[in-house]
Design a protein around this ligand. Sequence first.
Ligand SMILES: [Fe+2]
Length: 180
Amino acid sequence: MAYELNQFIADCRAFLKADPGPKGREKVRAHLEQLLNNKDFVEKYCGDDIERGLNVLYEDPELKFQILAHINDKARVSPPHDHGESWAIYGQAKLWTDMTEWKRDDDGKDPKHAKLSPEKKYRLMPGQAGIYQDGAIHSIDYPDKSRFVRVTGTNLDNITRIRVDLKTGEVHQMTPQQAT
Ligand SMILES: [Fe+2]
Protein backbone atom coordinates (compact mmCIF):
# COMPACT_ATOMS: atom_id res chain seq x y z
CA MET A 1 0.00 0.00 0.00
CA ALA A 2 1.24 3.48 -0.84
CA TYR A 3 2.49 5.65 1.98
CA GLU A 4 0.02 8.52 2.45
CA LEU A 5 0.19 12.00 3.96
CA ASN A 6 -2.03 11.03 6.93
CA GLN A 7 0.26 8.16 7.81
CA PHE A 8 3.31 10.41 7.46
CA ILE A 9 1.74 12.94 9.86
CA ALA A 10 0.98 10.22 12.41
CA ASP A 11 4.53 8.86 12.07
CA CYS A 12 6.09 12.35 12.45
CA ARG A 13 4.12 12.84 15.66
CA ALA A 14 5.24 9.49 17.03
CA PHE A 15 8.92 9.93 16.03
CA LEU A 16 9.20 13.49 17.37
CA LYS A 17 7.39 12.66 20.59
CA ALA A 18 9.72 9.75 21.23
CA ASP A 19 12.80 11.83 20.34
CA PRO A 20 12.61 15.49 19.26
CA GLY A 21 16.39 15.48 18.66
CA PRO A 22 18.44 14.39 15.62
CA LYS A 23 17.41 10.72 15.86
CA GLY A 24 13.69 11.46 15.69
CA ARG A 25 14.25 13.98 12.90
CA GLU A 26 16.25 11.45 10.89
CA LYS A 27 13.24 9.13 10.98
CA VAL A 28 11.08 12.01 9.69
CA ARG A 29 13.59 12.58 6.88
CA ALA A 30 13.62 8.92 5.85
CA HIS A 31 9.82 8.75 5.88
CA LEU A 32 9.52 11.96 3.87
CA GLU A 33 11.51 10.15 1.18
CA GLN A 34 9.01 7.32 1.37
CA LEU A 35 6.11 9.79 1.01
CA LEU A 36 7.76 11.41 -2.01
CA ASN A 37 8.01 8.03 -3.68
CA ASN A 38 4.20 7.92 -3.68
CA LYS A 39 3.47 9.35 -7.13
CA ASP A 40 -0.17 10.03 -6.28
CA PHE A 41 0.90 12.17 -3.33
CA VAL A 42 3.33 14.11 -5.51
CA GLU A 43 0.70 14.72 -8.20
CA LYS A 44 -1.95 15.74 -5.68
CA TYR A 45 0.17 18.27 -3.79
CA CYS A 46 3.01 19.15 -6.16
CA GLY A 47 1.57 18.36 -9.60
CA ASP A 48 1.83 20.63 -12.62
CA ASP A 49 -1.68 22.02 -12.09
CA ILE A 50 -1.06 23.12 -8.50
CA GLU A 51 -0.93 26.89 -8.26
CA ARG A 52 2.41 28.46 -7.47
CA GLY A 53 2.99 29.30 -3.82
CA LEU A 54 3.82 28.01 -0.41
CA ASN A 55 1.11 25.67 0.83
CA VAL A 56 0.88 24.52 4.41
CA LEU A 57 -0.16 20.86 4.22
CA TYR A 58 -0.17 20.41 7.97
CA GLU A 59 0.70 22.16 11.21
CA ASP A 60 0.79 20.16 14.40
CA PRO A 61 -1.22 21.86 17.16
CA GLU A 62 0.82 20.21 19.88
CA LEU A 63 4.35 19.68 18.59
CA LYS A 64 4.23 22.71 16.24
CA PHE A 65 6.05 21.13 13.28
CA GLN A 66 4.86 22.10 9.80
CA ILE A 67 4.71 20.29 6.47
CA LEU A 68 4.86 22.70 3.52
CA ALA A 69 4.66 22.23 -0.23
CA HIS A 70 6.84 24.71 -2.11
CA ILE A 71 5.32 25.11 -5.55
CA ASN A 72 7.92 27.17 -7.36
CA ASP A 73 7.49 28.80 -10.70
CA LYS A 74 10.76 30.60 -11.31
CA ALA A 75 14.30 29.46 -10.72
CA ARG A 76 15.95 30.91 -7.64
CA VAL A 77 19.27 31.02 -5.84
CA SER A 78 18.85 31.77 -2.14
CA PRO A 79 21.46 33.42 0.04
CA PRO A 80 22.99 31.29 2.77
CA HIS A 81 20.53 31.25 5.67
CA ASP A 82 19.70 29.37 8.83
CA HIS A 83 16.38 28.18 10.25
CA GLY A 84 16.99 29.84 13.59
CA GLU A 85 16.38 27.54 16.51
CA SER A 86 14.40 25.21 14.30
CA TRP A 87 15.49 22.45 11.96
CA ALA A 88 14.33 21.89 8.40
CA ILE A 89 14.05 18.87 6.15
CA TYR A 90 13.86 19.41 2.39
CA GLY A 91 12.38 16.64 0.27
CA GLN A 92 12.43 16.94 -3.49
CA ALA A 93 9.16 16.29 -5.32
CA LYS A 94 9.89 17.48 -8.90
CA LEU A 95 13.10 18.37 -10.78
CA TRP A 96 15.93 19.14 -8.37
CA THR A 97 17.49 21.45 -5.78
CA ASP A 98 21.22 22.10 -5.51
CA MET A 99 22.17 22.36 -1.85
CA THR A 100 25.20 23.99 -0.32
CA GLU A 101 25.99 23.58 3.35
CA TRP A 102 28.20 26.34 4.73
CA LYS A 103 30.52 26.52 7.70
CA ARG A 104 31.48 29.61 9.58
CA ASP A 105 35.16 30.47 9.46
CA ASP A 106 34.84 33.18 12.11
CA ASP A 107 34.11 32.74 15.80
CA GLY A 108 30.42 33.57 15.32
CA LYS A 109 30.52 36.32 17.93
CA ASP A 110 29.93 39.33 15.67
CA PRO A 111 26.14 39.50 15.13
CA LYS A 112 26.60 41.72 12.05
CA HIS A 113 29.22 39.79 10.08
CA ALA A 114 29.95 36.19 9.18
CA LYS A 115 32.71 34.55 7.21
CA LEU A 116 31.46 31.47 5.41
CA SER A 117 32.97 28.76 3.26
CA PRO A 118 31.15 25.96 1.47
CA GLU A 119 31.44 22.63 3.23
CA LYS A 120 29.26 20.31 1.18
CA LYS A 121 27.47 20.56 -2.17
CA TYR A 122 25.03 18.09 -3.60
CA ARG A 123 21.87 17.82 -5.67
CA LEU A 124 18.59 16.57 -4.22
CA MET A 125 16.67 14.59 -6.81
CA PRO A 126 13.01 13.53 -6.61
CA GLY A 127 12.45 11.20 -3.68
CA GLN A 128 15.54 12.44 -1.81
CA ALA A 129 15.44 14.48 1.40
CA GLY A 130 18.17 16.38 3.25
CA ILE A 131 18.21 17.58 6.84
CA TYR A 132 19.50 20.89 8.26
CA GLN A 133 19.78 20.96 12.04
CA ASP A 134 19.24 23.95 14.33
CA GLY A 135 21.55 26.81 13.42
CA ALA A 136 22.98 25.08 10.33
CA ILE A 137 23.51 27.42 7.38
CA HIS A 138 22.61 26.33 3.87
CA SER A 139 21.63 27.80 0.52
CA ILE A 140 19.47 26.44 -2.25
CA ASP A 141 19.51 26.78 -6.02
CA TYR A 142 16.68 25.38 -8.10
CA PRO A 143 15.42 25.60 -11.69
CA ASP A 144 12.02 26.79 -12.97
CA LYS A 145 9.18 24.56 -11.75
CA SER A 146 11.20 22.81 -9.09
CA ARG A 147 8.93 21.57 -6.32
CA PHE A 148 9.73 20.33 -2.86
CA VAL A 149 8.12 19.46 0.44
CA ARG A 150 9.66 20.89 3.56
CA VAL A 151 9.15 19.83 7.15
CA THR A 152 10.18 22.39 9.77
CA GLY A 153 10.33 22.04 13.55
CA THR A 154 8.07 25.04 13.93
CA ASN A 155 6.53 27.87 11.89
CA LEU A 156 9.69 29.68 10.78
CA ASP A 157 7.79 32.95 10.42
CA ASN A 158 7.61 33.12 14.20
CA ILE A 159 11.32 32.85 14.95
CA THR A 160 14.46 34.88 14.37
CA ARG A 161 16.58 33.75 11.46
CA ILE A 162 19.57 35.10 9.60
CA ARG A 163 20.80 35.28 6.05
CA VAL A 164 24.31 36.18 5.01
CA ASP A 165 25.34 38.39 2.10
CA LEU A 166 28.18 36.40 0.57
CA LYS A 167 29.84 39.43 -1.05
CA THR A 168 30.02 41.60 2.04
CA GLY A 169 29.69 39.05 4.82
CA GLU A 170 26.88 41.12 6.31
CA VAL A 171 24.37 39.27 8.47
CA HIS A 172 20.72 40.27 8.06
CA GLN A 173 17.64 39.25 9.98
CA MET A 174 15.19 37.46 7.73
CA THR A 175 11.63 38.63 7.28
CA PRO A 176 8.81 36.05 7.15
CA GLN A 177 8.99 33.77 4.12
CA GLN A 178 11.73 35.82 2.52
CA ALA A 179 13.74 32.76 1.79
CA THR A 180 13.38 29.08 2.24
FE1 LIG B 1 16.44 26.73 4.15
